[in-house]
Design a protein around this ligand. Sequence first.
Ligand SMILES: NC(=O)C1=CN([C@@H]2O[C@H](COP(=O)(O)OP(=O)(O)OC[C@H]3O[C@@H](n4cnc5c(N)ncnc54)[C@H](OP(=O)(O)O)[C@@H]3O)[C@@H](O)[C@H]2O)C=CC1
Length: 445
Amino acid sequence: MSPASSRPGRACIIGAGSSGIIAAQVLDAAGVPFDCFEMGSEVGGNWRYDNDNGVSSAYRSLHINTSRQAMEYAAYPMPESLPDYPSHWQIAAYFDDFVDHFGLREKITFRTEVVKVAPADGGGYDVTVRRIGKRSEPETRHYEHVLVANGHHWDPRWPEPSFPGAETFPGVQQHAHYYRTPDELAGKRVVVLGIGNSATDIAVESSRVAKETYLAMRRGAHIVPKFMFGMPTDHLTDSPLARGPLFLQKLGMAAMLRIAQGRVTDYGLPEPDHKVLEAHPTVSDDLLTRLGHGDITVKPNIDRFEGSKVFFTDGSAVEADVVVYCTGYKVSFPFLGDDVVHAEDNHVDLYRRVVSPDHPGLYFIGLIQPIGAVMPLAEEQAHWVAEVLTGRVELPPPAEMRAQIASYDEALRKRYVASKRHTIQVDAHKYRAELRRERKEHARR
Ligand SMILES: NC(=O)C1=CN([C@@H]2O[C@H](COP(=O)(O)OP(=O)(O)OC[C@H]3O[C@@H](n4cnc5c(N)ncnc54)[C@H](OP(=O)(O)O)[C@@H]3O)[C@@H](O)[C@H]2O)C=CC1
């Protein structure tokens, strides 16, 4: 921690996706010297379609599922000319404008991979970077602080364990991470597994071109439309009136969904085993219609494969050509040793989802899955970290941080369906308020 008077030491930002670029802007404005390394040749991370960083999961038809107003950075609002739910192209263009507006592009080192971050003797971190596509030796530099912003929706999680007989399936098994366009599904018999946002988007696309589309899931979900009563749904849920206690939010949301679209079981989906807001929202305006058109058939979980036949847990079976596993992502940090930060089953012990209590100087930006959008929350996190780095705010002792981590984990267990997809959840408003309180309460006098 830097004392209030000292000049902050140099920071390393890993990644120039939506979290890395806002961290760069905030550190720059706060006068914290930094380097930012990005594997691709452009900013935007997951929102850059066909990103040459090789790890974007964006498919061609991807539009964000939170509204423009919910996703924009406070420091740089999105143009009002953009639609309510911009496409990945529009979002990537916004990120381009953002870095150019703040003069950040030349401060980012592109086509450079961070291969190792190791705690250094005497404090700080030794960061080893490698130029991509150039025959040059990896280079190690020392930083006082490291801000990890490498994203958490790029390392595909395949079903664990794989389904019996999967290895005998003669068709294509792929993960949503690799899905780009529906052409590859045209005329095929397609099974899509999962009921998160990737599964619904891909099943909907498949249903327009495939011969048959089956949507298989191990539990039901509440489907939240993108628009209700003529406005983006998060305009309703973001209103101060909708920010009461959680039980009221749940009641209000359940009532709105019932009025707007009835029960999910009316469309052939299974009854969810949880209440609304007890799982990460599945947002789709199209799924229920495609089900109502009979172009998607709902199935329970996959049980096993026998040759080209996919058996489901209710004993039914279909012949399939393609199975798309929309089974989520792993939180991973390939450059951090397990002895530094371990992300087993997507659990990472971080104080307020940002600070490693065991490794001073190591921060994580955007390692959250909000009900809401990540970008403005990553911005709040960056402001907090900048204040810590410049000595305006101090961190509590490690024991206090660990106690907060334990209570966060406990709250998650009580609130959400037990799943590896619910280990880094936050409610946007509550979390923003929590970070602001943290900055106020721990401000150095
Ligand atoms: N338009 C947008 O903005 C989009 C945003 N996203 C976001 O990307 C993130 C990742 O979404 P997504 O890719 O859908 O992944 P998620 O982790 O959200 O969903 C994974 C789904 O797969 C199921 N699943 C996982 N493992 C298995 C298994 N072994 N057998 C059967 N089912 C399994 C999960 O069930 P269970 O709940 O039981 O674990 C869940 O239904 C989310 O934050 C999402 O909101 C994704 C697509 C589009």
